[in-house]
Design a protein around this ligand. Sequence first.
Ligand SMILES: Cc1cc2nc3c(=O)[nH]c(=O)nc-3n(C[C@H](O)[C@H](O)[C@H](O)COP(=O)(O)O)c2cc1C
Length: 188
Amino acid sequence: MALVLSVSGSPSPTSRTARLLRHLDARLTAHGHEVAPLDVRNLPPQALTGADVDHPAILEVAQQFLRADGIVIGTPVYKAAYSGLLKSLLDLLPQFALAGKTVLPLATGGTTAHVLAIDYALRPVLSSMGAGHVTQGWFVLDRHITVEQDGAVTVDPAAAGPLDQVLDQFSAALNRAAVLAPAGASAG
Ligand SMILES: Cc1cc2nc3c(=O)[nH]c(=O)nc-3n(C[C@H](O)[C@H](O)[C@H](O)COP(=O)(O)O)c2cc1C
């Protein structure tokens, strides 16, 4: 079992990205992993905009990244890239906050014109932060995510199948990493 931090970088209070991630959290739990959700929009704005790396909330998030085996990074596509809110958090984390982590990048967007935003925009940032293994990501069109009145999330079959596949790959990568570096093993 791996510990997964599932991070939504959308500033929207009705975020489809966040809803999608919470929907996928349940799938990861069913795979046997423990999932901790994190919505960047709930962090103190003054810490994010003031580059306050010593703010207790930022220090706690840095610890959450450190403890996690796997990280799901979800972002809406804004202006052909990831959200500024996500970047404002990543900028406050240690340079190698993703060292040794297995990372699943996910994006939601309004047009397939920006389907590659994960690869040309987000993936280089994740690599620069030392991500051990960035697994296959996926881009989901916003209109393929429906939030029902009771809050339940339905994903269009066009996106649900590929999402299942990338989740399976992420889960398998987490399991392989656990075999290679059992809990409690030290790299140093
Ligand atoms: C300010 C802004 C900029 C956007 N820019 C893009 C874009 O460049 N490409 C795209 O595909 N979608 C774009 N969108 C659409 C969002 O990416 C899409 O609706 C996404 O699912 C919103 O996610 P959220 O509900 O989690 O915030 C933009 C939306 C907003 C509000």
